[in-house]
Design a protein around this ligand. Structure first.
Ligand code: SF4
Ligand code: SF4
Length: 287
């Protein structure tokens, strides 16, 4: 398993290319709107990215809630629950382009910042606030006199949309350039802040802001994919917790909502006491 875990970066890059395979979009500035766009991808991948071939589940969810007559988002919710149960935050660790972007930024050699534990614990709740407030409540209730609402997380917050959609579309389409004021500048400022923070802190967007990570995290303790520790073999050395960039301790809480299933702890364990396993499988029963 350890060899397989070493290939995570390859999987991240390949998946980013597969889900952004509409290469001609980069030349024409036109968004792909073919049949594949009816399907969601598991991770954050802005619908407005000229190269995107699928839809972002978070944007799709908000579009149901912000419709003039809000509809029950059966398809998107069903998709999110299915992915949450089957993969959980494995999506964050392996299948999210913005997760990869943050990891690459963190590799820039600068002094790193450790957020004090008490502050970190409070900030991590932020992603649930973004999920409930900006993805669900505001699109449902904040409407103009015509009854029109917006996907407010996309509109006001999402740095992924700015990076993948907003910036390339404005560069490639001269007609969109008059839109570069007020809100666009605000979104650029958020992207700049998240980018700067990602150089200093490992995956700050995933830890503190991402509503999709918050949603998938809800399924970690009941989902199929589990991190399993063999108690008889574990010496309690703590190497796993020291190697976890998400500050999870796999000994205390192997199915933490913060674990992105990156496998760094599995690779770091000198006793091979950790492994990924399916819930209820033989490996799990051995503990
Ligand atoms: S690194 Fe391995 S042996 Fe050490 S505490 Fe973690 S699981 Fe146990
Ligand atoms: S607990 Fe292990 S798999 Fe989970 S985020 Fe930390 S290092 Fe990665």
């Amino acid at each position: 398993m350890k060899d397989w875990l070493k290939r995570r970066k390859v999987v991240q890059v390949v998946w980013a290319l597969v889900t952004n395979a509409h290469v001609s979009g980069w030349l024409t500035g036109r968004i792909y709107q073919g049949p594949l766009k009816n399907f969601c991808v598991p991770g954050m991948n802005c619908y407005a990215c000229p190269a995107a071939v699928g839809a972002c589940p978070l944007g799709s969810l908000q579009s149901f809630f912000s419709a003039r007559r809000p509809k029950a988002p059966f398809y998107v919710l069903g998709f999110l629950i299915m992915i949450g149960v089957v993969l959980g935050r494995f999506v964050c660790g392996w299948l999210c382009l913005f997760g990869l972007v943050q990891e690459l930024l963190y590799r820039i050699p600068t002094p790193k910042v450790t957020v004090p534990e008490r502050i970190d614990r409070v900030l991590r709740k932020g992603k649930y606030v973004f999920l409930v407030f900006f993805v669900v409540v505001l699109p449902l209730v904040l409407r103009d006199e015509m009854g029109v609402s917006f996907p407010y997380f996309c509109k006001w917050i999402c740095p992924v949309g700015t990076l993948e959609g907003g910036i390339p579309l404005v560069i490639l389409n001269r007609s969109l350039r008059p839109l570069v004021h007020g809100l666009y500048v605000w979104k650029l400022a958020i992207l700049a802040a998240v980018t700067a923070a990602s150089v200093l802190i490992h995956r700050p967007f995933c830890k503190y802001i991402c509503p999709l990570g918050a949603f998938y995290g809800l399924f970690q303790k009941i989902g199929f994919l589990r991190l399993v520790r063999e108690e008889r073999v574990c010496t309690g050395c703590g190497a796993c917790a020291r190697h976890c960039a998400m500050q999870v301790d796999p000994v205390r809480d192997p199915d933490s909502a913060e674990c992105i299933r990156c496998g760094a702890c599995v690779r770091a364990c000198p006793e091979n006491a950790l492994r990924f396993a399916l819930a209820g499988s033989e490996e799990r029963k051995k503990i």
